[in-house]
Design a protein around this ligand. Sequence first.
Ligand code: SF4
Ligand code: SF4
Length: 164
Amino acid sequence: MEDFLKELPKKAQEKQTENKKFFVKLKKKPPKNLDYVMQELHENEFKKTDCLTCANCCKTTGPLFTNADVERIAKSFKQKPQQFIANYLRVDDENDYVLQSVPCTFLGADNYCSIYDVRPKACREFPHTDRKKFQQISNLTMKNVAICPAAYNIVEEMKKKIKV
Ligand code: SF4
Ligand code: SF4
């Protein structure tokens, strides 16, 4: 996994033009069974990929924290939301709560998340490859393939499976 992670930004860069063309066409005419195909590709990939050997998302990009995330996580720490925000979060350019720094404070040396049961929604859903109407998040996916080996593999398989 370490070697793959090292090469991933370069590999993603090499695929960028091809991926862009693919997603433009996909957006214009998404196949009727796209949600089903994505679900299958996502499940097959995550049967092979063990996130505990990777944690690259937690190390390199942080999630957005919604108000519901803040309340839930603060409660688990027995803190007031404002206290939790002051301790761990900042507001980014788009006015969203994000981590003060990466790697994520809640990531252990063993790649386990110390707040796993109450983790942000964005962490639960990353890399969003089983998302319904997947064609609508192509810009985000183009970024995620440079961070997430699973997303990279899923998009590669997707291009083989879906003829646009
Ligand atoms: S979701 Fe992707 S980047 Fe995050 S740990 Fe799993 S494989 Fe790695
Ligand atoms: S909260 Fe947990 S899952 Fe989310 S980035 Fe931090 S360590 Fe990773």
